[in-house]
Design a protein around this ligand. Structure first.
Ligand code: DC
Length: 227
């Protein structure tokens, strides 16, 4: 497939475990773009709170932790590493202790405001694929292509469980499903920047699509936007 060299911003939003990050990684590799996983920023702040025994329900302490934490995203080829206070925490922030608390952190408006400017600074160069919950609605409402990814809850739970098993963490499918449903609820019902589809976002249901099919579908949409 030939795609013009004009660089654009691709915003990918959706619920947890629908395959956003996988698609964002594959798209950025295919287009030679930079992938920014914005969930990693919220997860890094959550890990910082865990490491400093900060209760995530204590909004003021979490905000103080947000401004004191040194969070950097380091682009290495098509992958992006998350660095917290000088330490590579890319794998660590995927652990269940962080997953269990991150939605509480992500609903704090001052934390979101702090991270908004950082996320927008990545878009200055264009040529990015950014995935999260409010990218098409709040961070880059002007993105040239917005995708909203959905998938059946059973399939999402199965994928998340596999991911955890690969890391040697043992959980039951019910536990994984309960965590996903809890996060869906908090993410879509919070007051600030709740997860919702932008009016002009294109829905991709990944339930029955292979990884390659998802990529091809997204690449054909990129081609339409660029031509
Ligand atoms: O995509 P993820 O599972 O790594 O996201 C972790 C949490 O962060 C999730 O509960 C929702 C929140 N999040 C958010 O509110 N806004 C974003 N742009 C990205 C993630």
């Amino acid at each position: 497939m030939t795609i013009s060299s004009k660089k654009i911003i691709i915003a990918i939003d959706g619920f947890s475990g629908c395959g956003k990050s996988t698609l964002a990684k594959d798209l950025s590799a295919a287009l030679h773009y930079t992938h920014i996983d914005t969930g990693a920023l919220y997860r890094a702040i959550t890990l910082h709170c865990i490491q400093h025994n900060i209760n995530v329900a204590d909004i003021h302490s979490v905000m103080a932790a947000t401004t004191s934490a040194d969070i950097k995203l380091k682009v290495e080829g098509h992958t992006t590493k998350t660095i917290l206070n000088g330490e590579d925490v890319t794998d660590r922030i995927k652990n269940p202790d962080v997953a269990a608390k991150v939605s509480e952190v992500a609903k704090i408006s001052s934390v979101r405001a702090h991270l908004k400017a950082l996320q927008q600074s990545f878009g200055e160069q264009k040529g990015i694929v950014m995935d999260g919950r409010d990218i098409g609605t709040v961070i880059f409402p002007q993105a040239e292509l917005k995708l909203f990814i959905i998938a059946d809850i059973e399939e999402r739970s199965r994928r998340r469980l596999l991911e955890m098993e690969e890391k040697g963490v043992s959980y039951t499918i019910e536990e994984v499903k309960a965590n996903l449903l809890k996060r869906d609820h908090i993410d879509s019902s919070r007051e600030v920047a709740p997860l919702k589809r932008a009016d002009d976002a294109i829905i991709i249901d990944t339930t029955y699509l292979s990884r390659q099919d998802q990529l091809e579908k997204a690449l054909s949409l990129v081609k339409e936007v660029k031509n």
